[in-house]
Ligand binder design. Structure first.
Ligand SMILES: C[S@@+](CC[C@H](N)C(=O)[O-])C[C@H]1O[C@@H](n2cnc3c(N)ncnc32)[C@H](O)[C@@H]1O
Length: 269
């Protein structure tokens, strides 16, 4: 079944690819990458599953490091971008593209068949993030399986509405709302609080090993400011802020890294 959330990406892959080239789009990826690499063993070839891989930007980075990545996405258009990116980078032999719905991963893959699973900006678009996370957890290898989750942060949406848009009504709404406005495609996007993520992890037998903030000040720099013109400087500053809880709390995105704790009672699939 195609939901409106899936439909917006099916027909909007080019728009998404263009967004990833913007200052904000680049930063989200560039900040998530080192957060993740910090927790990966060196010189080991991992079996990676990228859920809602989009244009394959993170998958290609991992494949360049020698990882074998299965890219799952419901949008053929996104997968076609991912294919081009993997060919362009010369890593197509290490990337497998798989069309499919994340809600069916329990049937698509064998239990414990991945060392690393990426859930980067996908849980915002599914009906039941908890079910997807539990299924993902059951696919993780029992020895040290790692999951990497990037989600929209509710507090960050409140700040964005107030600081960037000057829209205090939306800011008030976002302070408590489970849904925010999607600026790229229109429609709604699910917002997460740290408490929600912690609960979802616990229910999926996943224990957090780190939580980081992504894009804390970058979205609010005036377009004319020196910072906005100096990508590397903003990146380095964001790296520092993103590791400090007082700033992480208000980031646009929360990045959680978690490991499987014990077998979940009811394995999916
Ligand atoms: C916001 S994009 C994120 C892409 C990528 N993970 C990234 O971080 O750049 C969300 C992606 O999830 C995919 N998607 C949305 N709902 C899905 C579903 N139910 N099953 C599989 N993919 C889905 C979309 O097609 C889109 O490529």
């Amino acid at each position: 079944m195609t939901t409106p959330e899936m439909e917006r990406f099916r027909t909007g892959a080019a728009k998404y690819a263009a967004y990833l080239e913007t200052f904000e789009g680049r930063l989200r990826l560039d900040l998530a990458a080192p957060n993740l690499l910090e927790f990966l063993p060196r010189e080991t070839s991992l079996r990676v599953l990228d859920l809602g891989c989009g244009t394959g930007a993170m998958a290609v980075r991992l494949a360049k490091l020698g990882q074998h990545v299965t890219c799952l996405d419901s949008s053929e258009e996104m997968l076609s971008f991912a294919q081009q990116a993997s060919e362009h980078a010369g890593v197509s032999a290490r990337i497998k593209l798989q069309p499919g719905n994340v809600t069916a991963i329990g049937e698509l893959f064998r239990a414990h068949s991945f060392d690393l699973i990426l859930c980067h900006n996908i849980l915002e678009y599914v009906d039941d993030p908890g079910t997807v996370l539990r299924a993902a957890s059951s696919l993780l290898s029992e020895s040290d399986g790692l999951i990497s989750i990037v989600v929209r942060n509710q507090a960050g949406e409140a700040l964005k509405a107030a600081i960037r848009d000057g829209d205090l009504e939306a800011a008030e709404r976002n302070l408590v709302s489970e849904w925010g406005d999607e600026s790229l495609y229109g429609g709604k996007v699910r917002l997460f609080t740290p408490d929600t993520v912690r609960r979802l992890l616990l229910e999926s037998s996943l224990a957090p090993v780190a939580d980081r903030g992504i894009r804390i000040v970058a979205d609010y720099l005036p377009p004319t400011s020196a910072g906005k013109r100096e990508y590397d400087r903003v990146f380095e500053f964001e790296r520092k802020l993103g590791k400090r809880p007082e700033f992480t709390a208000v980031a646009r995105y929360s990045h959680w890294l978690a490991r499987r704790t014990s077998p979940i009672s009811e394995e999916v699939g």
